[in-house]
Design a binder for this molecule. Structure first.
Ligand SMILES: [Fe+2]
Length: 323
C-alpha cells in the first residue's frame, strides 16, 4: 500500500483555523498556554516556548479549518514538491520567521502547505522538562519541585486528526506526496480501516508515533474536516497544571486527562470558544521507520489505558473545511 513518495516531510509546523473573534481566540489560547507572536487586523499568530516562530494561526472569519503546514527536509525538497502536479510555485511565507512555501489542496478540500526556511525564534527560558525522581532514576537531588500555577507550557505543534469519507484514500494521497508511513490502523474488519495513524519517515531517526490521523467521517455525520489539533507540552506537570488552569478559567473540557493506547501519550482535550478541539499531550511513543505497522479491532483502538471513557461528542468534526 506504500508507494515511492515525491518527498519525505520532517514534521508539521502549524494549523490554520478560522474564528470570528480574534480577541476571544487569543484569550483562549493564552489560557491554553500560548503566547502572541504577531497579530494583524485579520490574523493571529501564537507561539509556544519552543523555537518555532509560531505554532497556531487564526484567520478572521466564520469558524472552520483552512489547513495546515508540513515542514520539508531541505530547500531542494521544497522545490521538488512545488514542481509536482497540483502544487503552487514556491512563494515567500508572509508570517513571523519568514521562509517559503508551496500549497496544494487535499482530497477533502484542505489547503496543505509545505514550508521550509522559517527562522527559528529564541526559545523561552522555560522550555525544559522538569527533573523527576522516579525510584531508580533520581534527576533532582537537593532541590525541591515547585510547579507554578498557571497555563501549560506549550512546546510545539505535534499532530492533527482529520475526518474523511475514505481514510485509506487519504493515506494513499498523503503517502504519495509526503512519504507518511502507517504506525497503526484501527479496522472495522481486516483491510477496512476506520482510523489510520501515520508518522513521518525519518529513516533511522525516531519521530512521533503519529503526525496525522485519518479517521472515518461516518461518526461525524459524513462531515469531513478537522477532529482535533494537538500540541506537545514540556512535561506531565504541564498537562495536569494546565488542566487545572483551564478549569479555573471556566474553559470547556472535551476529554481527559488519560493515556491513549495508540501512541501512548498522556492527553487532555479542550474546546476553543467555537468548539474546535485543541489537545495537550506529553510522553508519546517515538518510532523510527523500521517499526512495522500495527492493527487493532475497532473495539480496542479507541481505548485509553487509563482515564475517563471517550465522550460520544469527541468523534465529531469540530471544524469544517474552509476552502
Ligand atoms: Fe491527538
Amino acid at each position: 500500500m506504500s508507494q515511492t513518495p515525491i518527498i519525505k516531510v520532517r514534521d508539521v509546523a502549524f494549523p490554520r483555523l478560522q474564528a470570528p473573534d480574534l480577541d476571544r481566540m487569543e484569550s483562549f489560547l493564552i489560557d491554553f498556554g500560548m503566547v502572541r507572536a504577531q497579530r494583524t487586523e485579520d490574523t493571529l499568530y501564537m507561539r509556544g516556548v519552543g523555537p518555532a516562530p509560531f505554532v497556531h494561526v487564526t484567520h478572521l472569519g466564520e469558524p472552520g479549518f483552512r489547513g495546515f503546514a508540513f515542514v520539508a527536509g531541505s530547500r531542494d525538497d521544497l522545490e521538488k514538491i512545488a514542481g509536482s502536479e497540483g502544487f503552487s510555485p514556491v512563494e515567500p511565507l508572509e508570517s513571523p520567521g519568514g521562509g517559503f512555501r508551496t500549497v496544494t489542496t487535499d482530497p477533502i478540500g484542505l489547503k496543505v502547505e509545505v514550508v521550509f526556511g522559517q527562522e527559528p525564534a529564541q526559545p523561552l527560558d522555560t522550555a525544559n522538562p522538569r527533573a523527576l525522581n522516579m525510584g531508580t532514576r533520581f534527576e533532582r537531588i537537593g532541590a525541591p519541585q515547585r510547579i507554578p500555577r498557571g497555563p501549560s507550557r506549550v512546546k510545539r505543534f505535534g499532530h492533527l486528526q482529520l475526518n474523511a469519507p475514505d481514510p485509506q484514500a487519504m493515506f494513499s494521497w498523503y503517502n504519495a506526496r509526503f512519504g507518511l508511513i502507517v504506525s497503526d490502523a484501527v479496522e472495522l474488519a481486516p483491510g477496512m480501516p476506520v482510523a489510520i495513524f501515520n508518522r513521518c519517515d525519518r529513516g533511522a531517526e525516531p519521530t512521533d508515533h503519529h503526525t496525522i490521523l485519518f479517521s472515518s467521517d461516518m461518526t461525524s455525520g459524513g462531515v469531513p474536516g478537522l477532529n482535533h489539533v494537538s500540541w506537545e507540552v514540556c512535561d506531565i506537570d504541564d498537562v495536569f497544571a494546565g488542566h487545572e488552569h483551564l478549569s479555573a478559567k471556566k474553559r470547556s473540557p472535551e476529554w481527559g486527562i488519560g493515556r491513549h493506547l495508540l501512541g501512548s501519550q498522556v492527553f487532555d482535550y479542550w474546546n476553543d470558544p467555537w468548539g474546535q478541539i485543541h489537545e495537550h499531550w506529553t510522553d508519546g511513543d517515538q518510532f523510527d521507520a523500521s517499526v512495522a505497522p500495527g492493527s487493532l479491532g475497532i473495539d480496542q483502538g479507541a481505548a485509553s489505558q487509563w482515564g475517563p471513557d471517550m465522550p460520544s461528542s469527541y468523534v465529531r468534526t469540530s471544524a469544517r473545511v474552509i476552502s
